[in-house]
Design a protein around this ligand. Sequence first.
Ligand code: 13P
Length: 341
Amino acid sequence: MEIKQLTETAARILRPGMGILAADESSSTIKKRFDAVGVEPTEENRRDYRELLFRTAEAMRNHISGVILFEETLRQNARDGAPLVRLIEEAGSVPGIKVDRGTKPLALSPGETVTEGLDGLRERLQESYALGARFAKWRAVIHIGDNIPTSAAISANAHALARYAALCQEQNILPIVEPEVLMEGAHDIERCAEVTELVLRTVYRELYEQRVVLEGTILKPNMVVPGMAAPRQVGVEEVAEYTIRILKRSVPAAVPGIAFLSGGQSEEEATAHLDAMSRMGGVPWRLTFSYGRALQASAQSAWRGIPENVPAAQRAFAHRARMNSLATLGQWSRASEAAAA
Ligand code: 13P
């Protein structure tokens, strides 16, 4: 393990005012996104769509410091034959790879899942490194419901995250550690806070156990929010305060950065929440975004698979990237949305 290389990768991804584009939707997830905008889920359409994003120079050069890719994309070429990975590198951004193999039902724990993909992971990391990936992502998923999450689900998922992170570091690939507490459900923000704290504390204990060097990692957590069906929704400041309080209690200061997932928040909510946390200040980590839906939803609606719509889709993506960049600096406002839209 070359710790210097890992910390340098972290520093490149965590450059001020920049964040991560999560474009690593699996073939089944991107099918759902394409279905919503009437696009056939073919390999060529997936390529065209991602090429459109990676060729958005204004976003890629100024606001996106890392891009998480699905395996297929790591090996795909643009229409003109250039590897898509090269487009990302040429824009000055770091290519990364999703290496988990998705969630499976956790045995004997109804309603809960465990993320799989450790078998053969060392070899897959070596191949991904050779293709240009310098960081990786593994997403663990925690469900909130009646009597869940169980400690069985939390510990199984945290253990797998730590095994993954150790393998990444062995291969000089920076691990993004993503324990996502889902927004589905009617639970209140207090319950999300309690579960998120327990999950994060467990994850950091497991990372320590597996000798993961925290300086060479980035955390990708959920924000602390009420369930989507909760009777009481809360304001932006409340989300920011709860989230920062829980992170301060459970994430060591040695972690260089926290890149939030958007997890089903609207584009503007995800931006507003990040902005509010950036304004609070007083935390030891750099705060940024690692958004999938919250960076791409309006670009996908603008595109609809029609070549003539590519410039409009690129404008929509560049706009979201710019808004989130402002949010990492605590300089976003609803007026900036309107001014630029
Ligand atoms: P969302 O921002 O859409 O949650 O996606 C981020 C991600 O990579 C989830 O694993």
